[in-house]
Design a protein around this ligand. Structure first.
Ligand code: SF4
Length: 362
């Protein structure tokens, strides 16, 4: 797999996961259940695990939810992160309950003394802390209209809090600097990365619905990933969090940063198109999404679905295999060579069988 040149960051461990220091960009999400209802929370985390989520965060709005941490942890496989706002005592309870990482918000966690107490406990428990700076909760950011000045304020707040941790000899730190504006976010991450090498948790906050949020997150995260920034990502969507995982893997796969199993490439169709390609691609996506084991492929597989033989095979020459439409038929090709013909109603079945064979060979 080809990687962009990545920023060299310090590696930290979150339970059984590593972020930074050259580890693959980790995919994470956050539950949207009531954490006081630990059974529903576990149920959602299991769906996230199945979708490929590698780190999961739960918000702990009160002591009752913090007291559920050990019950949740016992029933899941991936590392659990506690999201804490306002009350540092909830964070202390989460540590006592065996949480794998804390996320604190410098904008509302309170005084330096309270942060220092937390740092001491996290150090004793050997768990990392994410300094999660959020433009929405930092008053100083709202003194400015200019995106660049806002970015400087975000980075300044992150550095100030990082310094509190460093003064206490604590370096298991991850940092995020989220805003809902792409320019502010990208600039803030760049400023921070020029001053410290802690692993970066990337995200565009309040990105929106599946459609608009996917576009906004992909634009923002894409710029930063291309620049080599980012050790873990969370795509924030107003949707089932499983959608965040699917979007994150698609984004990372499109940038050749992670192997998410099957990638389908298809043409936009035009007047040369000989088949109902829109339906075929949608059926193919449904079939591949059922083949969850494919995510564990040791190498990614690209399949192409093209509307005609005029440009199809040429446009899809990077694909491992695929089909290009002909009049009431399809030209099946593998590694750029034509290997047969398939009727349009057999395309999905033929390619699904070829994927299963490919899977066995991996
Ligand atoms: S592959 Fe053929 S049908 Fe598809 S866009 Fe290109 S020319 Fe048109």
């Amino acid at each position: 797999m080809k990687y962009f040149k990545r920023n060299q960051t310090r590696q930290i461990k979150i339970g059984n996961a590593a972020i930074g220091g050259g580890a693959p960009v980790a995919v994470q999400s956050m539950t949207n259940t009531d954490t006081r209802d630990w059974r529903s929370t576990v149920k959602q985390i299991k769906r996230l695990e199945e979708a490929g989520c590698e780190i999961v965060r739960v918000s702990l709005p009160d002591m009752e939810s913090a007291q559920n941490v050990s019950k949740i942890k016992k029933n899941i496989k991936i590392p659990l992160v506690a999201d804490i706002h306002f009350d540092y005592r909830i964070a202390l309870e989460a540590v006592k309950q065996g949480i794998d990482k804390l996320r604190i918000n410098p904008g509302n966690i309170g005084s330096k003394d309270k942060v220092e107490i937390l740092v001491k406990e996290a150090k004793a428990a050997r768990i990392p802390i994410r300094i999660g700076v959020n433009a929405g909760s930092l008053k100083a950011v709202h003194n400015f209209d200019d995106n660049s000045l806002r970015a400087k304020e975000l980075a300044k707040a992150a550095i100030e809090h990082v310094k509190i941790l460093e003064k206490n000899d604590f370096y298991d730190i991850a940092v995020s600097l989220k805003a809902s504006n792409i320019a502010t976010t990208v600039e803030a991450y760049k400023i921070f990365a020029s001053k410290r090498n802690y692993p970066l948790h990337l995200g565009i906050t309040e990105a929106g619905s599946i459609f608009s949020g996917t576009i906004k997150s992909s634009a923002g995260l894409g710029i930063m990933l291309y620049d080599g920034l980012g050790d873990t990502i969370r795509v924030s969507l107003t949707a089932d969090p499983v959608e965040e995982i699917k979007t994150a893997y698609s984004l990372l796969q499109s940038m050749e940063l992670r192997n998410a199993g099957v990638e389908i490439v298809s043409c936009p169709t035009c007047s040369r198109c000989c088949v109902d390609l829109i339906k075929i691609v949608s059926d193919m996506e449904r079939e591949t999404s059922k083949m969850r084991g494919l995510k564990k492929f040791s190498k990614p597989v690209k399949i192409a679905l093209m509307g005609c033989v005029v440009n199809g095979p040429g446009e899809a020459k990077d694909a491992d295999f695929g089909i290009a439409g002909g009049k009431n038929t399809g030209i099946l090709f593998k590694n750029g060579e034509i290997i047969g013909k398939v009727k349009p109603n057999r395309w999905v079945k033929t390619l699904t069988d070829m994927l299963k064979d490919f899977h066995k060979q991996c």
